[in-house]
Design a protein around this ligand. Structure first.
Ligand code: SF4
Length: 301
């Protein structure tokens, strides 16, 4: 099977069959997202330059995986960073082949940029859901426009909110990630407050917070070195940001909230709005006793 290494998948897809449907990320190719590894790969690793693989090649890979894994596959994740960009007709062929090849298959998922979702009609999204695309992962990063613009995300907060709501409406589950620390020391307060509010409006199925780690040689790295971006380096400050963010989430729910990514100082899990107070209390306990936090040397491992 073809893989353009290195590949990335959400932590929750650790046991899924990975099918390389696209390579790289269209946003990275457009020079977006100054904090992201894909930005570097698109420029420095020719094999990782963004492209959509021909459908025939993807279908051949599914056939090879069928021979190797047969009945054992119950989840598939379509690589790389935004397989949702694939035209609906081609995605439908891929989904059909997946469910035909693996009788125990229960779910196919992929990453999506908000524009990939917004470009599809409601009817197309419903068709994809009926064909078995059950979950999309959307990197929203921040609910604050100033932070999105600073990082050249190439999306408006409203587009991000609309895209998640549109997928929800089509019956596709949504998993939204945001990045603690992305506003730096200057914008942390508005980043936390507005990201929490945006999360409430999106009301995604899953909501996760990562913590910023600066990718060497990325545009963000250059901004830090030039003094244009001041990092939030104190874990206690990061937790204050998380506390403020959660306080501002007022969606109807249920939203499964997680900070189980290796980049985080404090792993949390709960369902909002019911667990809001207990999550806030857990964060407060860690603020009162920072020894509970993951050491800096263990982050990202
Ligand atoms: S859309 Fe996601 S994967 Fe693509 S460049 Fe932006 S942050 Fe990276």
């Amino acid at each position: 099977m073809f893989y353009a290494e290195p590949i990335y998948r959400p932590p929750s897809e650790a046991y899924s069959l990975l099918i390389q449907a696209t390579v790289g990320c269209s946003s990275a190719a457009a020079g977006r997202c100054y904090f992201c590894t894909s930005y570097i790969f698109d420029r420095k690793v020719p094999e990782k330059r963004f492209r959509i693989r021909p459908t025939e090649e993807i279908l051949e890979d599914i056939e090879i995986a069928k021979e190797a894994h047969g009945d054992r596959v119950d989840k598939i994740f379509l690589l790389d960073s935004n397989a949702m960009i694939i035209k609906t007709g081609e995605l439908l062929k891929i989904l059909e082949k997946c469910y035909e090849a693996f009788p125990a298959l229960k779910q196919v998922s992929c990453y999506a940029c908000c524009g990939d979702i917004l470009r599809k009609s409601d009817a197309e999204l419903r068709e994809l859901r009926q064909a078995g695309l059950k979950l999309v992962f959307v990197g929203v990063e921040s609910g604050d426009q100033e932070v999105l613009d600073l990082m050249n995300k190439g999306a408006t907060v409203q587009d991000q909110i609309d895209s998640v709501k549109k997928a929800n409406m089509a019956g596709i589950q949504t998993s939204v990630t945001v990045i603690l620390g992305l506003g730096g020391r200057r914008l942390w307060r508005q980043h936390a407050t507005r990201t929490g509010k945006a999360a409430g409006q999106m009301n995604p199925t899953f909501f996760s917070a990562l913590t910023l780690m600066v990718v060497p040689n990325s545009p963000l790295d250059a901004m830090v070195k030039k003094g244009e971006f001041e990092l939030v380096t104190d874990p206690v400050e990061v937790l204050k940001e998380l506390h403020l963010m959660i306080r501002n989430i007022d969606g109807p729910g249920p939203i499964v909230f997680r900070t189980n990514h290796a980049s985080n100082y404090l792993p949390l899990r709960g369902t909002l709005p019911g667990d809001k107070e207990s999550l806030l209390q857990t964060i407060q306990a860690a603020l009162d006793n920072p020894d509970l936090l993951r050491p800096e040397s263990m982050r990202g491992l």
